[in-house]
Design a protein around this ligand. Structure first.
Ligand code: UDP
Length: 480
């Protein structure tokens, strides 16, 4: 009998990448009999990084690429510059690792890299190993990154000054300012790195995308037309990968869940900006005051503020010994004693969103948070901060999807502080207003669609079976 297909999956850092990679891995091993080696970067470890990898099936091995030096990069280099530089500088170590795995009897049937590591596909290609991208965000954002090299070639202005809307195939129209945040400044070195990212995607045999038809139907149709014409490799909608429980849940129920048990159904607003989202000091104070003024119950996962970088928590650069709650306005926690709960740094998000007391989610709109909110049927108030979150907000608040409320801030004023009155009004709109009710209804509908998509034998299983079948074919064609 032929040995099980062996897949190597390379993941960058951050919960938003490592968690879906571990979900993909579980499915490939448990449902398709694969063996998997997950490869991570020592230089990119971040909060929430290790726990999901600690609880994987025995047919999964984990290899860590050694630390690489970031010498030459300025201390304030963009977070994406740091990540992509680590990925580029670690290619020699990755090459050695892949060679050593190829020498083992199982060989490597396919090489899957997460959405930030397509540069690594070239290394697999040198060795004749077919490569795929596991894309852990919306298909629309993938299209935008594939389009970046062309946009850069055909225009000279900054994206935000583009005179016409950007019309990506099958997508809602975007302002240039809605495109991913690292392409917003041509003079930042991250800009060229993002162009390379877009070009390197074309090395893939296909894109395994954590999305589903009910969210991105038109985009999937348009993408298929393009890939049928050979413009792009094909995309497989294998989502939504959402967890039932958080990997760090243990036998002891988190105290915030016990607090939720005592709140009325649908009354609590959950506030969290993901693993990396970071507010400024002034915005933290305004958010606190706005929540207080809204009169709504809330559960807020608070991070240390940072006045320069809205993704400061992502690689743990914001970490200090100070208590993150110490940055909140004087007396706030005491005054909110009965109606609000503050949790420092990390909370069991999936359990929170699925708790009956939760009725809304103020979110940065990270893709995993979006899918988790949708799967729990909880409407969102989008508060995009960095990366592709603004593009997600445009899509989520469009009539097509309707999972989130979002109002486009005036162009050029994105970093301005949202004042407390506006925070309170938006929160009330979501929790009590007519628009909030419509969004809640839509969220319930999408939850049903997500359940259908992820039912045994449903579209998600079928899409993953296609991917698994393709990967197995590589094994046969390599004569294993
Ligand atoms: N997460 C969590 N608790 C937290 C913050 C985040 O469990 O306090 C999880 C969340 O459930 C999601 C992931 O971390 O699965 C964050 O991914 P997302 O794509 O939403 O945002 P990112 O952190 O990558 O910006």
């Amino acid at each position: 009998m032929a040995a099980a297909p062996h897949v190597v999956i390379l993941t960058s850092s951050g919960a938003g990448h490592v968690l879906p990679v571990s979900e993909l891995t579980k499915r490939l091993t448990l449902h398709h009999g694969f063996t998997v080696t997950i490869v991570t970067y020592a230089s990119l470890s971040s909060p929430g990084h290790s726990s999901p990898l600690a609880s994987l099936p025995p047919s999964v091995s984990v290899a860590v690429l050694p630390e690489v030096s970031l010498s030459g990069l300025p201390a304030d280099a963009h977070v994406m510059t740091r990540i992509l530089t680590v990925i580029n500088r670690a290619l020699p170590q990755l090459r050695d690792l892949l060679r050593s795995l190829l020498d083992l009897p199982a060989g490597i049937t396919a090489f899957i890299t997460d959405m930030l590591c397509p540069a690594a596909l070239a290394v697999g290609k040198e060795m004749g190993v077919p490569g795929y991208i596991f894309y852990t965000s919306s298909l629309m954002s993938l299209l935008s990154l594939l389009y970046t090299p062309e946009l850069s070639r055909t225009t000279t202005c900054e994206c935000r000054d583009l005179p016409e809307p950007v019309m990506l195939p099958g997508c809602v129209p975007l302002h240039g300012a809605d495109l991913v945040e690292p392409v917003q400044n041509r003079s930042d070195p991250v800009y060229e790195l993002m162009i390379d990212l877009g070009l390197n995607y074309l090395l893939a045999e296909g894109f395994i995308v954590n999305t589903m038809d009910a969210l991105e139907h038109q985009t999937l149709v348009a993408f298929k037309e393009l890939s049928d014409k050979g413009v792009y490799p094909p995309a497989y909608a294998v989502g939504p990968f959402t967890r039932r429980r958080c990997p760090d849940s243990d036998e002891v129920k988190h105290s915030c869940l016990r607090w939720l048990d005592n709140q009325p159904d649908g009354s609590v607003l959950y506030v969290s900006f993901g693993s990396g989202g970071t507010l400024s000091t002034a915005q933290t104070a305004e958010l606190a005051a706005g929540l207080e003024a809204s009169g709504q119950r809330f559960l807020w996962v608070a991070h240390h503020p940072n006045d320069k970088d809205s993704s400061a928590a992502y690689l743990g650069t914001a970490t200090t010994d100070a208590d993150p709650l110490s940055y909140l306005p004087d007396g706030f926690i005491k005054r909110m004693n009965r109606t609000g709960l503050l949790v420092p740094l990390w909370a069991p998000q999936v359990e929170i969103l699925n708790h009956v007391a939760v009725g809304g989610f103020v979110s940065h709109g990270g893709w995993n948070s979006t899918l988790e909110s949708m799967a729990a049927g909880v409407p969102m108030l989008a508060w995009p901060l960095y990366a592709e979150q603004r593009m997600n907000a445009v899509m989520l608040s469009s009539n097509r999807v309707g999972l989130a409320l979002w109002e486009r801030p005036p162009l050029g004023k994105d970093r301005a502080v949202v004042p407390r009155e506006e925070v309170a009004a938006l929160v009330r709109k979501l929790m009590e207003g007519e628009k909030g009710a419509a969004t809640r209804k839509k969220a319930g509908h999408l939850r049903d669609e997500a359940e259908i998509a992820s039912a045994p034998g449903g579209p998600q299983d079928r899409a993953l079976a296609v991917v698994a079948g393709m990967v197995s074919l590589h094994r046969k064609s390599h004569g294993e």
